[in-house]
Design a protein around this ligand. Sequence first.
Ligand code: HEM
Length: 474
Amino acid sequence: MSQLLPDQSKLHREVQSRVWPLTCHNSQRMQPRPTSGPVADAKLQSALIAHLGTGLLFMLLPGTFLGVWNLISISSDRSLSALSPAWIQAHGHAQIFGWIGTFIIGIGYYSLTKMGSVAPFAVGRAWASWALWTAGVALRWIANVSLWTWRVLLPLSAVFELAAFLIFFRTVSRHRSTGIKRSVEAWMILVIGSTFGFLLLLLFNAVLAVIAAAAGDSPAFPHALDQRFLVLATWGFPVLAIWGFNARWLPAFLGLKPGSSKGLLAALAVCAGGVAFALAGSFVIASTLLMIASILAVTALNVATRAQKPAKVQGIHPSFPFFIRLCYAWLIVAAGLSMWAAFSDQAGGIWGASRHSLTVGFLAGMIFAIGPRILPAFAGGKQLFSPILMLASCSLLNLGCLLRVSSEIPAYEKLLRGAALQAAWDVLPCSAIVELAAVTVFALNMALTMLRPAAPVADNRIYSISFPQGSKLM
Ligand code: HEM
């Protein structure tokens, strides 16, 4: 129990400051913070649950099922080029925008409930942007997969997504938290940077969608531009958000030494440089910078060092710190493979393995590990349905990712001969099935968690996210 109830004076300071704090507090003992009232908070919580549910649906059906289907088709044709680029991009869009983007927007709106007061219009805006965002991502998937009126649907989808994001951006950036004014910390700058990366990504997406609709012969973005777009869609947005939130949360969750501000800001600057070079088409320089940024982030976050305090694993599986660290191993693998790919990729195998290490090993791996830690609390003080299912989903995901990354390069690039090459192609669909199982178990565990009643008050630890008073963004 003493582990469940952290130091009260420290917590009190945290609650008082209300600067994006992770406050694990016992609501029986703490003074409640002023809010606009339980009705608005509960409504924003419902909006959060809708965003989480929608994100899970996009991840499962348009995202993972299509990804598995694509990989099985590529494996049976023994070539990546045999598959429609529009289908590959439909899968990627559903995962990055439909899953990760929806989660981030939902959590951003929810953070307003932790900032002292919720403006009455925030609830309506949360639902308006949810409807526009969901419609935008769904239309993009339909356009790419069915080709039905794609010249209309493609730009329409991009406009819906941009409009949804602008509503979100305006709502959270104009919101002022009540409380003590504090300086903006390094981790906040990373989160702010990722938010601008998200905005830039949506603008780039809209431009490419209009160009494809006006002059293209398919809804797929041209390969050379898509390669640049993908670097922004990964390193320029979710990777930065994860580094930022990890800097805030990991010292508390894993008992790590607090991160180095200088190191984090250096990682952000070098990563931004890497993304800029990729957008300019210089992939050798870009991938080198992304590797340096990853090493800087790992060092600054202290994820490769021994913990100073025991990890907080109450209610979740105790393997949590191991899987968080494993994500950073995948990050380094992804950066290393992208350096190799920039020099030697012939058939998309090294780029594909690098992207998979990043999107599945790092991004999905992080959400699978940290989601069970924070999402039940965000969704109203619930308890994770099953720590064993958490272990199963994280283990299967990492196993599937290992199988995929190790077989994709020899198979696509034809680095092996005879039976060995055959075996590499045969492993690929197995990796897809293992990852599908991982995703299904994760979604099931989360859905069953959301259906649970709120936990008893003593366990109802709230993971507040709030923004610095007076900051214009987040
Ligand atoms: C069951 C899991 C998954 C499978 C089987 C899968 C399969 C694939 C396949 C076959 C490709 C085509 C390129 C290649 O062959 O390497 C691809 C591309 C891609 N995947 Fe996945 N994937 C999975 C999970 C994910 C996840 C979780 C994300 C993101 C969070 C993601 C994001 C992407 C992106 C962005 C692309 C590139 C799309 C483009 O070329 O525009 N994938 N995936």
